[in-house]
Design a protein around this ligand. Sequence first.
Ligand code: UGA
Length: 439
Amino acid sequence: MKISVVGSGYVGLVTGTCFAETGVTVTCVDIDQKKIANLKKGIIPIYEPGLDDLVKRNVEKGRLFFTTSLKDSLVDADVLFIAVGTPPDEDGSADLKYVLGVAKEVGMYLDHYMVVVTKSTVPVGTSHKVKKALQDELNKRGIIQQFDVASNPEFLKEGNAIEDFLKPDRIVCGVESEEAKIMLEKLYKPFVLNGHPILFMDIPSSELTKYAANAMLATKISFMNDIASLCELVGADVNWVRKGIGSDSRIGNKFIYPGAGYGGSCFPKDVKAIIRTSDEYGHSLKILKSVEEVNDKQKEVLFHKINKHFNGNLKGKKIAIWGLSFKPNTDDMREAPALVIIKMLLEAGATVRVYDPVAMQESVHRIGNIVEYATDAYDATIDADALLLVTEWSEFRMLNFPMLKKLMRGHVIVDGRNIYEPEEMKSNGFVYYCIGRKP
Ligand code: UGA
């Protein structure tokens, strides 16, 4: 079997590499010449644990190829995955120009049956637009060529993408022909030997499943953040409440950790997009509008806690920040809570010194030198009046109290992810704030 994966970003590269791992011949395509040249040399454009080795192995085995030519990748391809970006346009809806551009180009060169699968996260109805764009090109060429479109959303988590792809909970495929179903079944069979299902459904249901899944997860998080705020008011401990409700298998214990708000390239964008789609159909998704509102507020919570501690006067205060990426194991800072917190701290007149195990370069790229960059976690705390933990990287979990005491000017810690124990903090002489727990 031979496949083409168009778009060698995070989704495309993981998808292509993991398919190659099963013995399929994969060509990954991207218009970015530098990216392709680097990939050919084994230089990976993103930080994703395990991906380098997997790419290297499959390139060496002669199963994984990189090219800038979509046309070349079509030769003998059975399936083509569209995994290009869908950045939000000015009004927040997904911009489909790259997705439809690929469909058009496929239509310009297609000369055999192929299944064209949309992998990018796209609004309901996009696969049919892909079909039309492709068919229009075939019509222009005046040829009759059978092809199928399908929808196959991805459910990968950044930082855990390889594992998620190789051992999925489920695979969702929207199809409208038996041939497309057989092809995708063949391709995905190696990944469902663990008994997890491939769910075949119609295309609109598959497209909506992706948004509904992310919206549901975002809802769980905002719900817990809201409950955490209530815990603080009534004197309850959200950790107990979380465990108490999470033990009910109908609720489940995953994605109910309160924190500094959800970020990343998916939840914020997808919640917005599903709200928008629904509005367009005249139906207001009220729950999700509140989910967004709660999350926007949550990203400010750490600032308010520290601001309150200093009685609303942060002028001249030195604040250390641990963690810049929107979550651990990635350098991705899109919609990261740290960005909101830094902005508010600076506006309040504080100086900010930051450290992140992998996102420092990304931060320089995004916000430049408006903050000071530390060489390691403890270096960030030198002379700090307070330390804010924003992202729960493993290396922050064990604190060296004597060192912190020596380095910091004030002994205040605001823990945005509840990774420390209030008792331990207190006994080590720190004023400790966290989320939804008694300090
Ligand atoms: C998310 C989904 O989990 C994936 O299934 C999906 O494929 C992906 O979006 C996508 O649409 O491409 P990702 O954005 O990589 O994956 O990150 P998550 O691990 O889901 O975390 C999202 C945010 O929620 C992070 O900011 C994290 O800190 C926050 N979070 C997560 C919480 O605040 N509490 C939790 O209990 C869990």
